[in-house]
Design a protein. Structure first.
Length: 145
């Protein structure tokens, strides 16, 4: 019988939690960079995040740890020890947080998604790939009656 590692157990818990309500907390641009690194790398050490982001934007390990601590406090990142090494992982998946951000923007602007999309499309030209992807997504979703 195959024994589950702590990393596999932690990832399973994170996926289960992503189905729960997301805390309504602000995420800064820097917080999004840390979360994006965690989504790309999966559970990892702070030094791995520092290596992936630090050289691009000049972050020290203390800055990375500071942002990780803030995201943990907000309930968006989880820390666990894997063989006495601290590892971090995003609690919620990328789409869940994207949806939360879009909903907050719509509420703040007192708008609906159609208005948001119309303004975006009026000001930004889509690539052929993005237009095709959008068309496919729209085809999958039937309008409410």
């Amino acid at each position: 019988m195959k024994k589950k590692t702590k990393t596999a157990k932690a990832s399973k818990k994170a996926k289960a939690k992503s189905k729960k309500a997301v805390p309504d907390v602000p995420v800064s641009n820097t917080g999004w960079k840390v979360l994006t690194a965690l989504w790309k790398q999966g559970p990892c050490k702070a030094s791995e995040i520092e290596k992936s982001l630090g050289h691009k934007i000049g972050w020290s390990r203390s800055v990375v740890r500071s942002f990780l601590s803030r995201l943990i406090k907000y309930g968006l990142v989880r820390r666990y020890d894997d063989e006495k090494i601290a590892r971090f992982e995003a609690v919620y998946d990328r789409d869940t947080l994207f949806f939360r951000e879009i909903e907050a923007l719509l509420e703040k602007c007192d708008a609906d998604f159609g208005e948001l999309a119309a303004v975006y499309l009026a000001n930004k030209r889509l690539s052929a790939k993005t237009a095709k992807s959008l068309k496919n997504h729209l085809a999958k979703h039937k309008p409410k009656k």
